[in-house]
Design a protein around this ligand. Structure first.
Ligand code: MLT
Length: 387
């Protein structure tokens, strides 16, 4: 029986995919797998039996990835599962940042007792007028699942779209509309665009990437949209630029004391993926990833270990070895198996940064002594006997 724990509410349509071999537990200490949305895990003690963490969402800045890797815990995310939800909100944000829709709605509510509201509205509406997005230039920084959807949708709304992503994946490149101009210097986006939207993960290399220098290159009429993470933007510099009239608007989905209520800032309470569809998609994908890892040892969509998949095990035994990406590891494993008289039928070994994963199918049942020897090998982080 596998035990899992949810650190946040996870959509039942996903949890229902766990078979009878899984039991939900109330304490993380009892769990082999954890499902999480935004709960902060950095200061948590991670139990020794924990093998997998699945983030129902894309961002993983609430999870200590290296600490997990060192403890042999594979962290998964669900790329693309909530991309449409976020894309729709980004499109809405461009529209509500271009006209004072909220001001107009508020005005109507405030004047609900005015019998002549229809007439008065005609006089007042100029206060809430704005511009259209068709014909304007949109710069999309980061062309992952969300960035591509935003870029493509914007082309259908008549926008001229510039896309920037030095690390674009082959899949994303295939999905990107041919109308999107792929540019290699992000400063072209800062200089040229009327709308700039950022869709990159929060990493040390991307922290505050929209800084005072970047903002200084932007047009005073530019609108910056941030539905990725607040720390990608130097928000103090952003608020200063808005106050000085050097930028038109900053739309953020991440409320904090710097931006909420500041001139030119429109802030929503992290609603990007808060749709029934996105929550369901993320939960379904997260549970499938956990099951594939627990039952088959396959890693798909991990953020701290390489993806490595061999389907279902058709031989007598399978082991998964999480290890450091160091020289000679495989020869240690094959020697230990060979010495135990175990023949390898199929094997995959993948590396990602400092960490690697070996998945090995063998023709004989694997004994506890072999697992012990493999576990004791220097550089091995965890060995799992899958079958
Ligand atoms: C994500 O990282 O997927 C989004 O910010 C949505 C979320 O955290 O739920």
């Amino acid at each position: 029986m596998f035990q899992y724990h949810c650190l946040n509410p996870i959509a039942s349509v996903g949890l229902d995919l766990f078979s009878d071999a899984y039991k939900k537990v109330d304490q993380i200490e009892e769990a082999e797998a954890v499902l999480v949305r935004s709960a902060a895990m950095h200061d948590m003690e991670l139990p020794g039996r924990l093998a997998a963490v699945a983030r129902a969402g894309a961002g993983v800045n609430n999870i200590p990835l290296d600490k997990c890797a060192e403890q042999g815990i594979v962290v998964f995310n669900t790329p693309g599962a909530n991309a449409n939800g976020v894309k729709e909100l980004v499109i809405a944000a461009m529209l509500y940042a271009s006209r004072d829709l909220m001001g107009g709605i508020e005005w109507c509510n405030e004047n609900q007792n005015d019998e002549n509201i229809a007439k008065t509205a005609e006089k007042q509406k100029k206060n809430f007028a704005g511009t259209e997005i068709s014909g304007k230039k949109l710069g999309v920084i980061g062309l992952g699942a969300i960035g591509v959807l935003v870029a493509n949708a914007a082309t259908h709304l008549g926008m001229e779209v510039l896309g920037y992503d030095p690390y674009i994946s082959v899949n994303a490149a295939w999905s990107l509309s041919r109308s999107v101009r792929h540019i290699s210097n992000v400063e072209d986006i800062y200089r040229e665009c009327d709308y700039i939207t950022i869709h990159v993960p929060l990493l040390d290399s991307t922290r505050k990437m929209i800084n005072a220098e970047a903002i200084a290159l932007m047009k005073p009429t530019a609108i910056v949209l941030n539905f990725a993470r607040d720390l990608l933007v130097d928000e103090e510099a952003m608020v200063d630029a808005l106050a000085a009239g050097k930028l038109k608007k900053y739309v953020s989905d991440f409320p904090n004391p710097t931006t909420v209520g500041a001139k030119g800032c429109i802030v929503t309470p992290h609603l990007g993926a808060s749709t029934a569809e996105s929550e369901d998609n993320c939960a379904i994908m997260a549970v499938r990833e956990v099951r594939d890892y627990m039952e088959n040892g396959n890693i798909v969509h991990s953020v701290n270990f390489p993806d490595c998949s061999m389907g279902a095990c058709m031989t007598a035994g399978r082991i998964g070895i999480l290890h450091r990406n160091a020289k000679g590891m495989l020869s240690h494993f094959t020697t230990i198996l060979g010495d135990a008289g175990i023949n390898i039928d199929e094997m995959a070994n993948k590396a990602k940064g400092d960490y690697a994963y070996a998945l090995i199918d063998v023709d004989t049942a694997i004994g506890a002594d072999v697992i012990e020897k493999l576990s004791a090998t220097e550089g091995v982080l965890r060995v799992r006997k899958i079958k």
